[in-house]
Design a protein around this ligand. Structure first.
Ligand code: HEM
Length: 397
């Protein structure tokens, strides 16, 4: 059965989980033993779960068991994604203004420079691993830029972020490691936060966090874990989105040519790529009381996996859901950034970064093809994150 193959993370099912999703949508909400969760796969049911954040708590959003609020670890783990109302919205409000289109637009020239530098690093090569050469290094460089971390500290930031990323969703990770990483982050950030507090203008995210410390009494350990959260939430997701977009373009050179001749369609392509190949396929919720979704009873204390990647291919959400269409009337009406109170804080940055990256790549490389057969592209062993582990491309300059 397709669902069982998918639940066992078989490479074929990871490469193309969509038939299994279709089977699940047919059945409605289903408890899947291997995932130890009720899988919610229809767009309408996903919407109902995300709206009702009182019944469906985010305390286990990344799938790990909820962290007891009184534990040492609770002071250090990211807080927006894993917190519930009213604390969640109170905290989100403190930093939200750093993520508006007008604030982020100022960073476009610098993001373009970073993209150009990465393209110059591979110029002339006919075969590259796109993930290692572009999709992995770009997001961390962009986040340190919008945070306002001084250049001389980006290497330490990168090292700590990689250590932090290896603990996320890893049930075997030692909580003591996360506490140590948080303490190192705190020491590294302190001088930058002091400098940000003294600045007259509010441009970077660190400026906004420093302002929240000053005016709203945001404690320093909350500032540090917010920075850690951005590094987790904004890195792998954007890397995967760049990789997934490149798979679509490499598989269809005519589509790439169309975007080169009509760049006004690029934003449509980005939305379709997010919808069809959602970098986050599914996140978790935990029921705080007995619930019912799509007519199926879910007892209190159950794990629920909300499958954005399946909802995005539901014919009830969009017509011809498996087709990439550059002329959709509401291209952004998808679930790739979630929905409701926890919807992605960084979506405007992610969209800006993808647009500038794809403009730079399509403008520099005249033909992009897969250097291996599509069946040789292996995907991450997960139904949370979707992206190629490596992506060998053949490039014509
Ligand atoms: C293509 C790239 C990205 C995708 C697909 C993505 C997807 C998502 C999704 C699905 C959620 C909802 C979580 C939930 O329902 O529990 C989310 C939340 C979040 N994202 Fe993103 N994200 C991306 C990029 C970014 C970036 C670049 C940043 C910041 C630098 C970011 C920061 C966050 C934060 C802080 C949250 C938690 C919001 C909250 O709980 O209130 N994301 N993201």
């Amino acid at each position: 059965m397709l669902i069982d193959a998918a639940a066992k993370l078989e490479p074929e099912a990871l490469r193309c989980p969509f038939p299994a999703y279709a089977e699940l949508r047919e059945r409605g909400v289903t408890f899947v033993e291997a995932a130890n969760a009720y899988l919610v796969t229809r767009a309408e049911d996903i919407d109902a779960v995300l709206r009702d954040h009182e019944t469906f708590s985010s305390r286990n959003a990344i799938g790990a068991p909820p962290i007891p609020p009184e534990s040492e670890l609770a002071k250090h783990v990211p807080f927006l994604l894993l917190s519930d109302e009213p604390a969640h919205s109170e905290r989100r409000k403190l930093v939200q203004r750093a993520f508006t289109p007008s604030r982020l637009a100022k960073f476009e020239p610098r993001i373009r420079e970073l993209c150009t530098r990465l393209v110059e690093g591979i110029r002339g090569r006919t075969e590259v691993d796109f993930m290692a050469e572009f999709a992995v290094p770009l997001p961390i460089a962009v986040i340190t830029t919008v945070l306002g971390v001084p250049d001389e500290e980006t290497a330490s930031f990168r090292r700590l972020s990689e250590e932090l990323a290896s603990t996320v969703g890893n049930h075997a990770a030692d909580p003591a490691d996360i506490v140590r990483i948080a303490k190192e982050f705190a020491a590294l950030l302190a001088p930058s936060l002091e400098a940000a507090a003294a600045a007259e203008e509010e441009d970077t995210i660190l400026h906004t966090i420093a302002a929240a410390e000053r005016t709203a009494g945001l404690p320093r350990h909350d500032s540090t874990r917010f920075v850690m959260e951005l590094l987790i939430a904004g890195n792998v997701t954007t890397t995967d989105h760049l990789g997934n977009s490149m798979v679509l373009l490499a598989g269809d050179p005519e589509l790439a040519d169309r975007l080169r001749t009509d760049p006004s369609r690029l934003s449509y392509f980005i939305e379709e790529s997010l919808r069809l190949e959602s970098p986050i396929q599914g996140l978790f919720r935990m029921t705080t009381r007995d619930a019912e979704v799509g007519g199926v009873a879910i007892p209190a204390g159950s794990r629920v996996q909300v499958m954005y990647g399946s909802g995005n291919r539901d014919a009830a959400l969009v017509e011809r859901p498996d087709e990439l269409d550059l002329a959709r009337r509401s291209p952004s009406a998808h679930l790739a950034f979630g929905k409701g109170v926890h919807s992605c804080l960084g979506n405007i940055l992610a969209r800006l970064e993808s647009r500038v990256a794809l403009e730079t790549l399509l403008g520099s490389i005249s033909r992009i093809e897969l250097a291996v057969g599509p069946d040789a592209v292996d995907y991450l062993p997960s139904f949370v994150n979707r992206g190629p582990q490596a992506l060998p491309l053949r490039l014509t300059w």
